[in-house]
Design a protein around this ligand. Structure first.
Ligand code: HEC
Length: 412
């Protein structure tokens, strides 16, 4: 089924971006969020499934064994397949990407699921991959695990908006450094708020602090998934280092995965649209949009957008997800003074090209020096020389570069 109920004309989006019309941009972001979180009519583990959760993952796209005939073939795994967290070095909650059918079709019909195709484009000095479909949508949802039947303190980003505060590590404010939490009550009975011990990670290393949760909430205040045995099995196979507060090895069927954040990008026009959402106990609406069309529990998420790279004063426009980008620091950046907690989606994704700057087949090193957090990247930037631009898709770069054949083809 085509998925076009949120789409705007490319020229309209170009105008919002050029004039930095933040309210129009925010309204569009909420429209996209309303569309992708609408009920799919399907259920899983007894709960309703929003549309986005029925979509495909990396494993359904970047598997070289798939052919164009597989566009509608079944998913490779259960609903919550995970993979090694590549973006942030394994310090955060698990994350994995979701692609709608339009994107899967694009990847499989062009053969972008095979490193051989990318190497051919490279050899032919092709500047960029084929134009992606305007109705393509790509997501990066992020979950936090809690044990079933308990009341668990779950930390949240303090803000307001993207202001860095309420952390023991302002230089690297990952979700393991936040000092405020809600009590997520899965006991089915009333609970009273009492001080709890929480582990935080200041620079010197983990330590325990006492905090008083600000509020009692229930799993239904989040988009929450009861994990089934197959989900847990998949998470274990994915070698995910950590799953929120619950180590993967301790997960049992019935435990909860709470959606705490999600990157949402749509193709729609040449520069794509970039917005990100994070859970909050006190939703903010700085631009007065009213979150039109968005239904609970998705109303409990804040949003930041990046439809342009620089502000009117030629300062970087900052838009990151508190759960996803703060862990990113150091050698992964082209300019090592940059950090994920001062970044712009559009800038970093514009830098996406095959292969990565160092052409390293090893997933642990492949991105070193490839990231750009802020600044203006034009399509003719010299960093693209001798590489194939992938229309903002880092997933396509890594999904092919990490295939076993890459090293052999590179040395031919
Ligand atoms: C510093 C670099 C950087 C920044 C900043 C960044 N990303 Fe990403 N993003 C990546 C990389 C690399 C990947 C691919 C690896 C992975 O999936 O973890 C990725 C993956 C994604 C994906 C999954 C699919 C894909 O192929 O790219 C989405 C969607 C996404 N990011 C959206 C966003 C949004 C929205 C923002 C801003 C709020 C953002 N990103 C900020 C580097 C970045």
């Amino acid at each position: 089924v085509p998925f076009t109920d949120y789409e705007a004309a490319p020229a309209t989006i170009a105008e919002w971006a050029q004039k930095r019309q933040d309210k129009e941009i925010a309204l569009h972001g909420w429209k996209i969020f309303a569309a992708i979180t609408a009920d799919s009519g399907q259920t899983y583990a007894g709960g309703p499934v929003p549309k986005f959760a029925t979509w495909y993952t990396e494993a359904d796209l970047f598997n070289p064994a798939l052919t164009p005939a597989d566009v509608d073939s079944a998913h490779a795994g259960p609903r919550l397949p995970g993979h090694l967290l590549r973006q942030s070095g394994g310090e955060s909650v698990i994350s994995f990407n979701k692609y709608n059918r339009a994107l899967r079709q694009y990847v499989l019909t062009n053969g972008y699921n095979k490193v051989e195709t990318m190497m051919k484009l490279l050899a032919a000095k092709t500047a960029e991959t084929a134009d992606p479909p305007l109705d393509g949508v790509v997501l990066k949802p992020t979950y936090w695990g809690v044990k079933k039947g308990q009341a668990t303190a779950v930390p949240y980003w303090k803000g307001p908006e993207l202001t860095i505060s309420g952390t023991v590590r302002p230089d690297k404010p990952t979700d393991h450094t936040w000092t405020q939490a809600v009590l997520v009550n899965d006991t089915g009975k009333p609970v009273t708020i009492q001080p709890v011990t929480m582990e935080v990670w200041p620079k010197a290393g983990p330590k325990k602090i006492q905090i008083t949760p600000s509020k009692v909430v229930v799993p239904e205040d989040f988009y929450a998934v009861r994990l089934e045995a197959q989900d847990i099995q998949w998470l274990k196979e994915g070698k995910v280092f950590q799953f929120g507060g619950v180590p993967i090895g301790d997960l049992e069927p019935g435990d909860l995965a709470l959606l705490v954040g999600m990157h949402v990008t749509t193709v729609e026009w040449v520069d794509w649209t970039w917005q990100t959402f994070w859970w909050t106990p006190a939703p903010e609406d700085p631009l007065g949009t009213g979150r039109p069309g968005v239904k609970p529990p998705f109303t409990n998420y804040n949003m930041a957008s990046a439809y342009y790279q620089m502000n009117a004063g030629d300062q970087p426009h900052i838009a990151f997800n508190p759960h996803l980008e703060p862990p990113i620091t150091g050698q992964i950046f082209h300019d090592q003074t940059q950090t994920g907690s001062h970044s712009n989606c559009m800038t970093c994704h514009r830098a996406a090209a095959f292969p990565t700057v160092n052409s390293d087949p090893n997933p642990g090193n492949a991105l070193m020096g490839s990231y750009m957090a802020t600044g203006t990247i034009e399509w003719n930037n010299p960093i693209f020389q001798g590489r194939v631009r992938t229309h903002n898709m880092w997933g396509l770069v890594l999904g092919t570069q990490f295939q076993p054949n890459f090293a052999a083809l590179l040395n031919k």
